[in-house]
Design a binder for this molecule. Sequence first.
Ligand SMILES: [Zn+2]
Length: 460
Amino acid sequence: MTLDFETLAKEYYDAAKAFLKELIAVPSVYDNSTVSEEHPYGISVSSALKLINEKAATLGLKTALFKNRVVEIRSGAKTDNLITVAAHVDVVPATKGWTFDPFTLTEKHDFFYGRGITDDKGPLVAALFALKLLQDHHLVNDYLVNLVIGGDEERGSSCLKYYYHELQKPYPKYGFTPDADFPLIYAEKGAIGFKLNLKTKRTPIAKIHGGQASNMVIDECHLEYKKPMGDYYDITYLKERKLKFTYEHNHIKIIGKPAHAMEPDKGINAGLYALELLALYDKKVAILVELVKDLNGRGLNLYRFGPHLKASTLALCLLKYEKNQLELWFDYRYPEGMSLSQFHNCINIALTKIKPKITVFKTHELLFFDLNSKLVTTLNQVYQTTFKDQSRTPLTSGGGTYAKESKNMVAFGPMFEDEDDHIHGNDERMKVTKFYQLISVYAKAIYELGQLDASQIQSE
Ligand SMILES: [Zn+2]
């Protein structure tokens, strides 16, 4: 029997769109001002998780909401042949400059617009209705599906950590997260977040601060001098470097260009230039700047190049300086051929002359699946047959998805590398036809993954 998932999906289009509209209307951005024990990510994220939990129950699916962190929606047999799909309901804040209301689903010129439509509410809703389709048509046999919806992906996936480590939920046999590109991401770089602390001499600079998050290139850096600028050489220095900056009285603002830490070459790091100014007054800082300014980590002996994941990257993401204490936060991403112990060796040797305090605050292991593995070949085939496209091949990425928090999981859609859906930017969007297509592609993917171990048992 060949199953025609595209035809089966059609009866769910209207209901899926209606729920998408409801979900986009909840501004589920992490909100520090309403965080409490009851609402670990703020009230709006809790509301969105609750809405999903209630909707899943209405659809006749087994569902549970855990501590306003994560919803688990289940269907299928009692078996350890588990397929997990992990998506997230939290969204990044609405940037300035939207044409439409970011929290109203708008349909225009064949696109849906709304914050989270692609990242990750559209795929989430599609996966929910994919599961409903499978259950309605009695297609979840000999396997079990957990659709896991988290509320804190954008800030580092504490929700999924809670799901696996605190709730001790089982890892799947196979799984995917609909939160990156098609056809799928078979390898993701490893990541190490580390801090350097260094005491400087007394300098004319009272304070420096720059950076917004530990995974973004510093787009603006503010320097406060102890005395009015007067004829400080610093201004001339910045002018000579042809940098964008403003200054008045005893304050300089250096203007760079934002970028994700996994692509530091796409931004201009204002923090590195602020460091150069500080280096004018302290020899150790001058040495340090030379070591950290290469965007691939060469200065710190951290440069690696892998056949799949290509070149390592290094980004300065946060800078604080006060009372002669300098603190720098870095995001380092590495391909094949690096490990945490190697990292420590390399960086210690590179920094022996100035000996800053080194603290690792975050590590994500590298993710790598063989291109011939069942998980990769199955999902790739589902992609090729549904989208009737053989031209795109499995991809690698510098970014971290839920796949890193789980096991046996890869990112599978919904974006195409060569199309811009404006995620995290203004007017985030998704093609209307694609949203509907996602229901069938995710239904088919879950179904096919569910058959893998069943067929293995039969053939053995
Ligand atoms: Zn996402």
